[in-house]
Design a protein around this ligand. Structure first.
Ligand SMILES: *Cc1c(COP(=O)(O)O)cnc(C)c1O
Length: 337
């Protein structure tokens, strides 16, 4: 049996149709600004998400870092959730490479950062403090969708205090599809947005940074400095554009599969399942079963991450029948034990 891979929505492989489009993509040297496929993707994405300009980069880690480097100078600080990818899972890049101080703030159970906490963390203009410049939010965060009215309120607060706003929208479209809205209803609250095409959208490589023309112009310099100036990468951009055009609305299937999976696992008393809003299911496994259950899944070619706290992620390379197979295998373990 082929493995059924729930480890992440990054494990998807380009489809035959996507590969066909990659093969025929027109390319040139993008450092000379000569790659028509990258150019086309950047224009397409900027228009799609309501920005003046966009920048194609190898990863979401790099687009987030570029954004922080453009928004903040040495000695500035950004406000960010304690659980945010930008803060927690990107090697501390903003501090290491930008001399930018993170001010992490606890995330609320719904993934937001409380407005009162944001207000309290903004430093006065005093040479004892780093200069607070930016509020960075993430949506979806841990698979949770930030409420639209929260985004409006956070923007209002940030603007009133002279802060810019960045969105880590690695899974932006999971949020917009879940809410049944145009993604611009989310992105319009931000000065810059980072989006991954290499997660649930199924492209092999690639993220986009969106912002004003000046912002992206400054970002292009940082991208080169960080080693993200790629040459005939139009092959990848073509995959990314295909992903944006064909694989957004279908994220609803991943959400439905995650719900099916969660409800099935929740029938097991030894599993405490957090019902998912989008495509990520967290499962707390009773300690006495954790290791053996993980082994049982692995032995049956079901791949997940974690043992006492498992993460199951649905994506376009896992269909409903495979979710049902995985559930049958999971239930098998608990029927015998
Ligand atoms: C995956 C992810 C990123 C980084 O993307 P890479 O392309 O893996 O560097 C950033 N933010 C969030 C929320 C992510 O899930």
């Amino acid at each position: 049996m082929q493995p059924i891979d729930f480890r992440s929505d990054t494990v998807t492989r380009p489809s035959a149709e996507m590969r066909r489009i990659m093969v025929s993509a027109e390319v040139g040297d993008d450092v000379f600004h000569d790659d028509p496929s990258i150019d086309h993707l950047e224009h397409y994405a900027a228009e799609l998400l309501g920005f003046e300009a966009a920048l194609f980069a190898p990863s979401g880690t790099q687009t987030n870092l570029i954004a922080l480097l453009v928004h903040c100078q040495r000695g500035d600080e950004y406000l960010v959730g304690q659980d945010a990818h930008t803060y927690k899972y990107e090697g501390g890049g903003a501090a290491v490479l930008g001399s930018i101080q993170p001010q992490p703030i606890s995330n609320q159970p719904d993934g937001s950062i409380a407005l009162t906490d944001i207000a309290a963390a903004i430093k006065p203009d005093d040479f004892h403090f780093a200069r607070t410049r930016l509020l960075a939010l993430e949506n979806t965060i841990g698979g949770k969708v930030l409420p639209l009215d929260y985004l409006g309120a956070a923007e209002k607060l940030a603007r009133s205090r002279g802060l810019s706003l960045h969105l880590d929208g690695a899974r932006l479209f999971n949020a917009s599809v879940k809410l049944g809205i145009d993604a611009q209803q989310i992105t319009r609250h931000f000065d810059s947005v980072s989006v991954c095409m290499s997660k649930g959208l199924g492209a092999p490589v690639g993220s986009l940074l969106l912002g004003s023309r000046d912002f992206i112009h400054a970002g292009r310099r940082w991208r080169k400095m960080l080693g993200g100036g790629m040459r005939q990468a139009g092959i990848l951009a073509a995959a990314g554009e295909y992903a944006l055009q064909n694989n957004v609305q279908r994220l609803a299937e991943d959400h439905a599969n995650a719900a099916l999976l969660a409800n099935g696992l929740a029938q097991v008393p030894a599993l405490k399942v957090t019902l998912p809003q989008t495509n990520i299911v967290f499962v707390d496994v009773a300690a006495e079963h954790a290791e053996k259950f993980a082994k049982h899944l692995a032995a049956n070619n079901i791949l997940v991450t974690g043992s006492t706290r498992q993460r199951w992620v649905t994506h376009l390379d896992v269909d409903r029948a495979q979710v049902e197979t995985a559930l049958r295998i999971a239930h098998e373990y608990f029927d015998v034990n």
